[in-house]
Design a protein around this ligand. Structure first.
Ligand SMILES: *Cc1c(COP(=O)(O)O)cnc(C)c1O
Length: 488
């Protein structure tokens, strides 16, 4: 590009003040503030200047950039003002997906959150006595009643719960753990590392596949503070394996005066074996067997907010509360609100209906089948014949580091294209508003309705139709492009 036309192009760049005076831009300023709008505008204009100086864009492209300036400004400002954390449609069939925020909360829990969030609360205030109280007082009573123990408390997550227990009860002392339970849960939660950081001394007992009661017994010394039992949440061992029952270990602990602590992982409070999940330990059973303390996550099978729940003996819970670390690991009023509402569903006995993750696990196959057939016929009507819609066999997963061996009958919808890959459709859906997340297997897009809420189905159909239109249009454009190059 020669210099005179470059100078002319520079002259075409409007003044910042002139743009800010535009009524449309004024509206943006009201929404997002003058500073942000001006910053984004300056950045856009600077980019145009750079493009002119370097000659990296043709004259026509620069004129086009100036013409679309206001639209792009609006887009950028709105993008900057939109929260990055957003809701998505989970069509993966993985019920507890850690990347997708694990358990969606019940209606009662979200309502309680909404009420508590914007107002003052009695978080640490006893209204009948008119004096300060502890924040876990009410939840302690609720946990005690629901789980059948003396007391309970809540920390930020289950990793924090394990850490707090070890640090409080076993700092500088030995903790017996079976070699078969030295697990890594993911996200860098590894029992040996947590142990070391907490100050507890790991004393491994048994072997990877077989650990007996006697192994624990022989490892007990006057310096043993705890027996720690860890649920191997995310893996299972088969074949020549052995593990003492919780009753046997509790009996040993009682006889030798050493408390047994169990990290249950998921926090299953109901028997899910009628739905195909039979190897999750039930929290109440561990306490009934004599565990001194148990701990589990709030946002796995319990179906509540992220939290670490600790329950068991009153004297031990009191010791945990006194640990200065508790101040760092404690949770806020929002967690209490959501957790209390979640636990109240268990008290009512309506947890299988009310709590989304349990409802998804317990969803009867024929009901899901009805939904998937309805969806298939909607899609067959709406989509072009180049897309085939099938009902492939498959399975849903509990996920979230729980029940790796348990699969629930999957009720899947499969979409494939006669020509071309399905990856583009998957990518389109991922960036749709709201994002729709699906699985791709053997060039087929799999939609699992178990994790899709019924009220999301219409959006799902709209997203799939938009996605198919998009990929088919891209294909036609590409084909047209191909013809052009062929002709030239
Ligand atoms: C999931 C899990 C944890 C970690 O729980 P978070 O709530 O994610 O911190 C610890 N132990 C076991 C056995 C688990 O399954």
């Amino acid at each position: 590009m020669n210099n005179p036309s470059r100078t002319q192009l520079f002259r075409r760049i409007p003044q910042v003040d002139q743009i800010l005076a535009d009524p449309g831009v004024q509206e943006l300023v009201t929404q997002a503030g003058r500073d942000l709008v001006q910053r984004e505008l300056t950045a856009l204009l600077d980019a145009v200047r750079v493009a002119i100086s370097t000659g990296e864009l043709e004259e026509a492209q620069i004129l086009q950039a100036l013409e679309t300036l206001l639209d792009r400004l609006r887009q950028r400002v709105i993008e900057r003002m939109t929260p990055k954390l957003k809701t998505v449609i989970n069509a993966t069939g993985v019920i507890l997906h850690t990347n997708l925020g694990r358990a969606p909360l019940s209606t009662a829990a979200t309502e309680s959150l909404g009420q508590v969030a914007g107002q003052y609360t009695n978080l640490e205030f006893d209204l009948s006595l008119g004096e300060r109280s502890t924040r876990d007082q009410s939840i302690s009573a609720l946990l005690a009643e629901q789980l059948g123990c003396e007391a309970g408390t809540v920390v930020n997550n289950n990793a924090a719960a394990v850490f707090l227990i070890l640090n409080t009860l076993a700092c500088g002392k030995e903790v017996l753990v079976s070699r078969g339970e030295l697990v890594e849960i993911g996200g860098s939660f590894r029992i040996p590392d947590i142990m070391q950081r907490s100050g507890g001394l790991l004393r491994e007992v048994g072997t990877t596949n077989r650990t007996r009661r006697q192994d624990y017994e022989e490892a007990l010394t006057p310096n043993t503070a705890l027996i720690l039992r860890v649920h191997p949440s995310n893996y299972r061992m088969y074949g020549f394996t052995e593990r003492p029952t919780i009753e046997e270990l509790c009996e040993l602990g009682r006889r030798r005066g050493v408390p047994l602590v169990e990290d249950l992982g998921s926090g299953c409070l109901v028997d899910l074996s009628p739905y195909g999940i039979s190897d999750e330990p039930i929290a109440q059973r561990s306490l009934a067997a004599g565990a001194a303390l148990i701990c589990f996550s709030g946002d796995k099978l319990l179906g509540g907010p992220q939290a670490g729940i600790i329950a068991g003996r009153e004297d031990l819970v009191r010791a945990l509360r006194k640990n200065p670390l508790m101040r760092m690991l404690r949770v806020d009023k929002l967690t209490y609100a959501a957790l209390e509402a979640t636990l109240l569903a268990y008290r009512r006995g309506t947890e299988l209906d009310e709590i989304p993750v349990l409802r998804m696990i317990a969803a009867p196959k024929n009901l899901l089948m009805r939904r998937v057939r309805r969806l298939r016929s909607k899609l067959r009507q709406a989509l072009p014949p180049s897309i085939s819609v099938t009902l492939p066999a498959g399975a849903s997963l509990v996920g979230g580091g729980a029940c790796p061996a348990a699969t629930l009958p999957g009720v899947l919808l499969g979409l494939s294209r006669q020509a071309g890959s399905i990856a583009e459709l998957e990518a389109f859906l991922r960036t749709y508003a709201p994002p729709i997340l699906a699985r791709v297997e053997s060039n087929e897009l799999l939609i699992d309705l178990r994790t899709v809420l019924p009220e999301q189905e219409n959006i799902l159909v709209a997203g799939l139709c938009a996605g198919v239109r998009h990929v088919e249009r891209c294909r036609t454009d590409k084909a047209a492009g191909q013809e052009l190059t062929d002709e030239s």
